[in-house]
Each structure stands twice: as structure tokens, then as C-alpha cells.
Design a protein around this ligand. Structure first.
Ligand SMILES: O=C(O)CCC(=O)C(=O)O
Ligand SMILES: [Fe+2]
Length: 288
């Protein structure tokens, strides 16, 4: 698409769909990773019951996780999962758009969160975010100059086809610009970040639009947009990867410590995103 049109649409809607952003071979490698770790999809938690702190399992430096049990299983810190997940850090299909909209020349760039989600029948995400939320990383433009200053861009990658009944992501187009509170995010006249109250899938909420994706398509959206996902009613599992990009001042969400091995292996450009600033330590002194 023409760049001007793309910028206009992203500003207007708060999201873009990048079709066929990921090659078949890269999809195959990522799906292979999921297949190889299927045991963790079926048994994600240590012990009985739903996930609680300390009940996650680790696969090397990758951790099983969920925000709410109905969201399915996340494999957090997936950048540690091998070369294919390193490639996604600065993937040519989206990195220039991400850099432009975050305005990385001024703000630098970091990844706030990176994970695979595998979600089966009955799974969904509650509605969350919107222009009414006073979260620092839900900025979009610089008010005085109109320059891009997007505080967080989610790059959601479809590893398999996501159509009706597959639990597609949903969003309220343009809601990043809306200061009115979405009806389902209002509680006693106050705006919530997240609907922790109704327990309903975001797909049933007022004004939401389902976004259907083919395997390899990417949904790129400002985290400021009101969004979530519809309930999966089909059998089988939805597979997605999310990388959230932010200015370098926004840190890794769960403070995962990047392994030495990965730090050594990353290209300089990827390293600058994963570790925008090297740790500061006093010089080594000889033992005395
Ligand atoms: O899983 C989905 O469809 C939505 C994910 C989401 O809310 C997010 O990536 O911020
Ligand atoms: Fe979200």
C-alpha cells in the first residue's frame, strides 16, 4: 500500500493488517516449535488448578503463563526459543513501520512483551484499553506537533488461519482516539483498563469488530485501542505470536533476564532493541 495511505489508515483506525507478512517456511518453523512443546499446552501448570504465581513451567528461559485461565496458554519470553523468534525482533515486514510510529529516532525502541498464545475451544480475552485510559504507554501522537509518538504497538502474528469461530482478535476501530469510556469498561462512572468484572468475551461487547487473518498475516495495532478477542467456538487451537514494541523507556514487562547465550548471539540491531542500554556496573576489581 502507498505509504501515505498506510499512515492515514493507521492514524484513523489505530490498526493495520499486513497480509502475508511471514513466509511459509518461517510459519512452519514456529508451528514446529508449538508442536514440539504440545505437552506444555496440555499440561501448562505445575500441580492442580489454574495458574498462580509459582505454578508456571519453564522451558529453558521460556515460561508458561496466562493472564486469566480462559486466555489459553502463553509461552512468554519466546525470543529465547531459537533463531526464528530472533528474526521476528526486527522483521522486515513491520520493523520500519514500528520505528516510524514509535518515532524511534527520538524514543529508541524496546520490546515490552513477547509470547506465543495457544488458545482452545472456549478461550477468549476480555475487553481492555481505550483512549480513556491514563496509562503512560497508551500515547499515540505528540499533541503539540502532531508527530508520531505511539507508546506501544502490538504486532499480532497469525500462525494458522483465524476466521469466524476461531476466537479472532476484536477491536473497536478508532477507539484509541475516543475519550468516552466504552460501556463495558465503565464501573461507577470510572473507566477501567480491563474488564475484570463481567467475565465476558470481548467479542460480545458493543462496537467491536472481528479481525480475520490468514496464517502469515499480521495485525499491527496501538495498544491504546479498545480490544480483546472473541470466544473460540470451533474445535482445535488458535496459534498466535505477539511482540509488543515500545520506546526504550518502557521495560520488559515481566523483567525476564535475557540469557547470556542469546545476548551473545543477537545481531547489533536486535541487541539494541532487546537491551537498549547495557547494564552499568563498576569496573571489575582484583580480589583483595
Ligand atoms: O489474543 C488476542 O486476540 C488479543 C491479544 C491482545 O489483547 C494483545 O495482544 O494485546
Ligand atoms: Fe491486549
Amino acid at each position: 500500500m502507498d505509504e501515505k495511505m498506510q499512515d492515514y489508515l493507521f492514524d484513523l483506525q489505530g490498526y493495520l493488517v499486513l497480509e502475508s507478512a511471514i513466509s511459509d517456511e518461517d510459519l512452519r518453523l514456529m508451528n514446529q516449535w508449538v508442536d514440539d512443546h504440545w505437552e506444555y499446552v496440555e499440561n501448562p501448570w505445575i500441580g492442580e488448578g489454574e495458574n498462580r504465581q509459582g505454578r508456571s513451567r519453564w522451558i529453558g528461559n521460556i515460561q508458561t503463563h496466562t493472564y486469566n485461565i480462559e486466555n489459553g496458554v502463553n509461552f512468554q519470553n519466546i525470543i529465547e526459543g531459537g533463531e526464528i523468534f530472533e528474526k521476528l525482533i526486527d522483521h522486515s515486514s513491520w520493523i520500519n513501520l514500528v520505528r516510524k510510529y514509535i518515532n524511534s529516532a527520538v524514543n529508541g525502541l524496546s520490546i515490552h512483551e513477547n509470547f506465543i498464545t495457544v488458545r482452545g475451544i472456549g478461550g477468549y480475552i476480555h475487553i481492555h484499553c481505550g483512549g480513556h485510559v491514563p496509562l503512560s504507554y497508551l500515547t499515540f501522537r505528540q499533541e503539540n506537533t502532531g508527530e508520531w509518538m505511539v507508546g506501544q504497538i502490538n504486532v499480532l502474528m497469525a500462525l494458522n488461519d483465524i476466521g469466524p469461530g476461531d476466537g479472532p482478535p476484536v477491536l473497536v476501530p478508532s477507539s484509541h482516539q475516543c475519550t468516552e469510556i466504552h460501556p463495558r469498561l465503565e464501573s461507577n462512572g470510572k473507566g477501567l483498563v480491563y474488564d475484570g468484572i463481567t467475565g465476558k468475551p470481548a467479542g460480545t461487547a458493543f462496537a467491536t469488530k472481528e479481525v480475520y487473518l490468514k496464517a502469515g498475516d499480521v495485525l499491527m495495532f496501538t495498544d491504546a485501542i479498545t480490544h480483546g478477542s472473541a470466544e473460540r467456538t470451533n474445535s482445535g487451537y488458535r496459534r498466535t505470536v505477539v511482540y509488543r514494541y515500545s520506546p526504550r523507556f518502557v521495560r520488559e514487562r515481566f523483567n525476564f533476564q535475557t540469557s547470556e547465550k542469546l545476548l551473545q548471539r543477537l545481531t547489533p540491531e536486535r541487541l539494541r532493541i532487546i537491551q537498549p542500554m547495557a547494564p552499568q556496573r563498576p569496573p571489575e576489581t582484583s580480589a583483595s
